[in-house]
Every structure is written in structure tokens, then in C-alpha cells.
Design a protein around this ligand. Structure first.
Ligand code: B12
Ligand code: SF4
Length: 628
């Protein structure tokens, strides 16, 4: 029997942990002769192509892993594949089908079964029964359909004779949906096999690892709050998982733990172990290996609760190797009535300085999340939340929109909050009592601008300079988004070079863009950003230096040979003149942008050397030789 588990990811770089967990469980608890395979696709691939590839696998059992981002594709695939795989047992599992599953199976009659909730215990039992020809009557957590076409031992005639279906004719019972009892208890993570035991190429991929299940919080918009308590994996069990992942080329490991700092002891142990395994990998490959020069060190991404960031955590994190950890914190809102409505008890004011410290003093990238469209949060309140969070200058600020998830607490409270949401996945908020649909659309555009201009990191220095005297960053992004909208710029794609031109045009139309001082300052900052983000080859006209550049190729060559610079850029030793010329740029700036961005007084300018062969681009202050 061939079992194929399919994951359809949001993007090519993502991976699906669930199908790997289930593959390993089926290997250990299924029948020895089963052939168990997984396949992954992305939602951006054509359905015909995905369907064709699945068909050619000729599975006897086909299981889809269903999430909010792929359910529309999964439904279409099931409909498409049923006629050509008439005898296959087609099932679905995952958070998007774990609630309201009768609805799904009725909507997609081509589906045989839905597994609700955690499937590690259920799936082997279900598939054993199916392979033996029995009905899944007693398998808790399954919603299934009686299918006449299955024939053989699963034929309806034999089914209707047994309890539950007596008295029914085959025709009556055919297609009937049966909802079994829910799974009574949860899975012990320590009894599960290593999901990454198999050799796979994870280079360039985002890999997910789970060291706990459940969340201590109960946010009303989230489905993690539907399960009580937190279960932990014994940290030592993580060692072989990480070892295998690093050996398979994985570098960014995202812990899917709902609240990574729910337990201090556990969190510290996991991060200790991560560090040990990363360092072990480093020793294996040596300083010349992928870790050494390219800066490609393993990085753990952890979602934490700001309220649980105490002094012990700060002390622990400040001593953690640079670049080896990044944090994500769901702030969601700073407006107390909104937080109360979503049952999220947190006090941003208490921990915002800790976030600032981690991000700016310890160099730990912090990703902060906000959710627009929460109950009681209108435009003015959201603006305030945004500004408070933005003022921390997180590495990444995600402006998300409320999704009314099936199974979440807020799902049943839409009328109470005047909440309208899109009936199709991802069930995004359309309006609330406090936020009109027009305002939601304005926020969508602000989010797009934020992604391009802030989260891309391409305008790091120029945004800082431009925002210096402005009260509200939100208003700035709002004005920029409105300008883009007015120009019809959202309707087309832009190269990153054009983004520089677009913001310049906007800035020049601003009242404070009319002063010569601001123009000069903004232009130099944009020029600096341009040199960091792009190569200087196609520099836009407005960023060209007014006077002739004193760019001296001879100087670049001097730098390449200078022992001081060899220490700064060791790779230069292995480069010839041509490679070095291509890998670098030297430019003069009338302001010393990285050090004096906020100063309006004309500071001293400076020369900078940009080195493009490392990501992100490195830049170094350069002392001009006397000849220049
Ligand atoms: C990784 C992740 C992502 C990744 C995507 C990864 C990918 N593959 O592409 C990213 C970061 C991009 C992402 C984005 C979003 N996500 Co997300 N994400 C997760 C996360 C953290 C981990 C999922 C995971 O691997 N869990 C571990 C596995 C083992 O558990 P599991 O997925 O529940 O799988 C078990 C069962 O569901 C079942 N099962 C799963 N698959 C199958 C298949 C079969 C055949 C069977 C039988 C059973 C089965 O068995 C598994 C083992 O017990 C979860 C939260 C969480 N910790 O689970 C949220 C979660 C899945 N995301 C969620 C949401 C809402 C989003 C966003 C909409 C958030 C937003 N920005 O507004 C976006 C949507 C993106 C988009 N483009 O539309 C919700 C999903 C709700 C839903 N109904 O699907 C979750 C549950 C978070 C939450 N607590 O509410 N997400
Ligand atoms: S949003 Fe985060 S903290 Fe809140 S219940 Fe969900 S996983 Fe837990």
C-alpha cells in the first residue's frame, strides 16, 4: 500500500513539519510493507501541475495537510484527483479542517475522511483498519464517509449489516457522513519519532521544529487557545533532530512552540542545546566552511511572550552568540480595551524597553506583530499602537489583519463586535464597528508600503532621517501610501531601484522637502541606502553625485593589499584585482550617514567602502589616502 502525504506551503522556502511527523509515525506504527512518501508544493504552483505529479505517484492513500493558506487548493485538488484515482482513500487533516469538519466533507463529496486535531495516534490506526477493509467506526477524531465505490470488503453491503447502519439500503447509506467521537487525550511529544530522521536537502529552506505543544495563553483570535496546558519535549530528544537538520543544510530553524518562553528552564535548555549543536557543526566545517566567512550560522527563530521576558531571560539572551537567535513577539495592540476583548493580558509599557535593549544593544533581531481590526480598535487607536511599536524600531514590524478562524473564540463573537469578515480563507476582517472597510483598505496599503520601505531594510538610513522631526511614523507611512495610491503605483510591480525614485518624488512634494537642508540630507541618506541595497552601476539620476567623483581605482587596489583591510575583509586575500573591483564600491558622502543620521548640522562627510560579497552588504568607513 502506498501512502502519500502532501503539504502545500505558502512559499517555496517553507516546509511542512506535520507530514514529516506523520511519515515517521506511520513508519514505526504502521505495517512494514507500507510505502510512505511525502511531497511538498507551494500555493504559487499551478494546480494542474500539482495534480499531475500527485497522480503519477499512484497512491492508495492520499493525505492532504490543510491550513488556512492552502485549503482552497486542497479542495480543488481533491475534486480533480478523485475521478482519476477512484479507488484511493483520500483524507485531510490539519488545523483548517479540525473544526467544522462535517461542513468540509459535505462540501467536498470526493473526500473520504477528515482527521481532526493531532493525528499521530489516529492515523496509523485509521490506515491499518482501511488496509484491512474494516470501517473506521471506532477511530476517535475521524469524520468519514461511507463510499459504495470502495467495493470489496468495504462494500456497503457488508457495512450496513453491522451495527449503526442496519435497516438501511446501500443506496440510503452511500455517501453518509459519520462523525466519530473526539480524541480523548493528547499526544506525548516524547513518544514521537524524530521527524527529520531522513536525509533531505534543506539548504535555503525554513525548517520547523517543535519542542512544545499548547499555549499558556488564551487569545480569542487564535486556535492554539482551544487546547489546555503545555506539553514539552525533553530537550535531549532535540539533539538528534538538530544534528540531522544541520547536517542536511538547514540554517534557519523556526520553533513552532506557541510561546517559546512559557517555561524558562525548558527555553534555556533548548537554546543551550541549539548552541552546542551549531558550534559542533562549525567545528566540523571549520572557519573556511559555510559558517565561517559567509556568516551562514544557524539561527533559531523563537516566538516569545513579552510579558515573560524577565531579567533572567535578558541576561541569558545577551550572552547568546550574535546572530544565532531571533525573536518574534506578538504585541497585536497596545490599546487596553482591544487587549481585554481578545483576552490577552499584557502590558507593553512594562517590557518595551527590554525589547529595545535586545534589538539595539544585544543585536538580536526582534520581529514584532500587530493585528489590525481587533474589537474596539479604530483608526486612532491603531495609529497609536503602531507608533508605540514602531518607535522601538524592530527589525521587522508585521502589520497583520485579524483572521476570524474556525475554532477560535472570536468566531462566535462577530455580531457582538460588529465584525464582518471574508467568508473565504483566510477569513480576513473586512470591517468592524470601529474601522470602516475604507479604512481597512487604507491599512492594507500602509502594510504594503511598510513591507517595501521598512521591512525590506532597504531604506534604513533614509527613513530614520526623514522621520526625525515627525510626530507619527504611522502618519508618514499613511501619507506615502496615499501618494502611491493616487499615482496608481500599487497596480504595478516596481524594481527596488524604482522604489528610490518613487519615495524621492513623494518627499520632494512634502512641505519639509522644500528646504535645501532637508533635500541635501535626505538625498545623502538615500544615496547611502542605495549603495548598501543595490550596486552603484545603475544609480538613478537624482542620486548621482553633483560634482565629479574622486573615485580612484588605484585606491581600491591599495586597500586590497593593505594588511589592515585584509583583517577586515579576509576574503580579499583570495581575490584578484578584477574580482575585488566588482565586489566593492567606494563613495564619498557629504554627511557621515551611519553615525550622524539625526544631526541636522552639516557634519563632516566621509568615504565608505561597500563590500557586496557578503549578505547583507558590509560597509566600512575608509580614510582617504593623501593623494585624494
Ligand atoms: C509554520 C506556520 C506558518 C508558516 C507557514 C508554513 C508553511 N508550511 O508554509 C507561516 C509563518 C508562513 C505562517 C503564516 C500564517 N499562519 Co501560520 N502557523 C504556523 C505554525 C507556527 C506551525 C505549524 C506547524 O507546523 N505545527 C506543528 C504541527 C506538528 O502541528 P499541526 O500543524 O497542527 O499538525 C498536526 C495536526 O494538525 C494534524 N495534521 C496536519 N497535517 C495533516 C495531514 C494529514 C493527512 C493528517 C491526517 C493530519 C494532519 O496532525 C499534525 C500532527 O499532530 C502554526 C502554529 C502551530 N504552532 O502549530 C501557525 C498556524 C498554522 N498559522 C495560522 C495562521 C492564522 C497563519 C496566518 C494566516 C497568520 C497571519 N499572518 O495572519 C498566515 C497565513 C499565511 C498566508 N500566506 O496565507 C493558524 C492556522 C489556522 C488554520 N486554520 O490553518 C495557526 C494554527 C496559528 C494559530 N495558532 O492560530 N504560518
Ligand atoms: S496568539 Fe500566541 S499567545 Fe495567544 S493563544 Fe495563540 S499561540 Fe498563545
Amino acid at each position: 500500500m502506498k501512502i502519500l502525504l502532501v503539504g502545500i506551503n505558502t512559499r517555496y522556502v517553507h516546509t511542512n513539519l506535520a507530514i514529516r511527523c506523520l511519515r515517521e509515525v506511520l513508519k514505526t506504527q504502521g505495517n512494514a510493507e507500507w510505502e510512505i512518501c511525502i511531497r511538498e508544493f507551494s500555493i504559487n504552483e499551478h494546480l494542474d501541475k500539482i495534480a499531475g505529479e500527485i497522480f503519477e505517484e499512484k497512491p492508495d492513500v492520499l493525505g492532504f495537510s490543510c491550513y488556512i493558506w492552502n485549503i482552497v487548493s486542497v479542495k480543488a485538488l481533491v475534486r480533480r484527483l478523485r475521478p482519476v484515482l477512484p479507488d484511493a482513500f483520500i483524507l485531510a487533516g490539519g488545523p483548517e479542517v479540525s473544526f467544522d469538519c462535517d461542513c468540509l466533507i459535505n462540501e467536498v463529496p470526493q473526500l473520504d475522511a477528515v482527521v481532526t486535531g493531532e493525528a499521530e495516534r489516529v492515523l496509523p490506526v485509521l490506515l491499518k483498519g482501511w488496509s484491512e477493509g474494516s470501517l473506521p467506526r471506532d477511530v476517535a477524531g475521524v469524520v468519514w464517509r461511507l463510499r459504495r465505490e470502495a467495493g470489496g470488503p468495504r462494500g456497503l453491503d457488508s457495512m450496513t449489516a453491522s451495527d449503526g447502519f442496519q435497516g438501511m439500503t446501500s443506496a440510503d447509506a452511500c455517501g453518509m457522513v459519520v462523525t466519530n467521537a473526539a480524541v480523548p487525550d493528547t499526544v506525548d511529544l516524547n513518544l514521537l519519532p524524530n521527524p527529520y530522521a531522513v536525509q533531505e536537502d534543506f539548504r535555503g529552506k525554513l525548517v520547523y521544529v517543535e519542542t512544545s505543544r499548547g499555549c499558556p495563553y488564551n487569545c480569542e483570535f487564535c486556535i492554539s487557545s482551544t487546547f489546555k496546558g503545555v506539553r514539552f519535549l525533553q530537550p535531549e530528544r532535540l539533539r538528534p533532530i538538530l544534528r540531522q537538520l544541520f547536517a542536511n543544510g538547514a540554517r534557519t530553524i523556526k520553533f513552532v512552540d506557541r510561546t517559546f518562553n512559557a517555561s524558562k528552564t525548558h527555553g534555556f535548555q533548548v537554546l543551550d542545546l541549539f548552541k552546542e549543536e551549531a558550534e559542533r557543526e562549525y567545528e566540523k566545517t571549520g572557519p573556511e566552511g559555510p559558517y565561517g566567512l559567509s556568516g551562514d550560522i544557524p539561527r533559531a527563530h523563537c516566538e516569545i511572550a513579552g510579558d515573560l521576558l524577565d531579567q533572567d531571560w535578558l541576561q541569558y539572551l545577551q550572552n547568546y552568540p550574535t546572530g544565532m537567535v531571533q525573536l518574534e513577539i506578538g504585541v497585536q495592540s497596545t490599546h487596553p480595551p482591544a487587549l481585554k476583548a481578545i483576552r490577552r493580558s499584557q502590558n507593553f509599557a512594562d517590557w518595551k524597553d527590554k525589547v529595545r535593549y535586545l534589538q539595539h544593544d544585544c543585536g538580536i533581531p526582534v520581529h514584532l506583530d500587530l493585528i489590525a481590526g481587533l474589537p474596539h480598535e479604530g483608526w486612532a487607536e491603531f495609529r497609536k499602537s503602531f507608533d508605540e511599536v514602531f518607535n522601538l524600531r524592530p527589525n521587522h514590524l508585521q502589520l497583520g489583519f485579524l483572521k476570524v478562524l474556525k475554532g477560535s473564540g472570536i468566531h462566535g463573537q462577530c455580531t457582538r463586535y460588529g465584525l464582518e469578515y471574508c467568508p473565504d480563507p483566510p477569513y480576513t476582517v473586512l470591517k468592524t464597528r470601529e474601522l470602516s472597510h475604507e479604512q481597512v483598505l487604507d491599512l492594507v496599503r500602509i502594510e504594503e508600503i511598510l513591507e517595501r520601505y521598512y521591512n525590506s531594510g532597504r531604506f534604513k538610513f533614509s527613513l530614520e532621517v526623514v522621520l526625525t522631526d515627525r510626530q507619527s511614523p504611522f502618519d508618514f507611512f499613511d501619507a506615502l501610501a496615499r501618494y502611491w495610491h493616487g499615482k496608481g503605483w500599487f497596480q504595478r510591480e516596481w524594481s527596488s531601484r524604482s522604489l528610490f525614485e518613487n519615495i524621492w518624488e513623494f518627499l520632494m512634494g512634502q512641505p519639509d522637502g522644500r528646504t535645501a537642508l532637508n533635500r541635501k540630507l535626505w538625498r545623502e541618506a538615500l544615496r547611502f541606502d542605495y549603495f548598501v541595497a543595490e550596486r552603484p552601476g545603475r544609480i538613478p539620476d537624482f542620486l548621482q553625485r553633483a560634482e565629479e567623483t574622486v573615485q580612484d581605482k588605484g585606491w581600491k587596489e591599495e586597500i586590497r593589499k593593505d594588511p589592515v583591510w585584509r583583517n577586515r575583509i579576509p576574503e580579499s586575500a583570495g581575490m584578484d584585482k578584477r574580482q575585488w573591483t566588482r565586489a566593492t564600491a567606494i563613495e564619498y558622502f557629504e554627511r557621515d550617514i551611519p553615525t550622524g543620521t539625526t544631526e541636522h548640522s552639516p557634519g563632516k562627510g566621509g568615504w565608505y567602502l561597500f563590500y557586496y560579497s557578503r549578505k547583507p552588504t558590509q560597509y566600512f568607513k575608509a580614510e582617504a589616502p593623501k593623494s585624494i
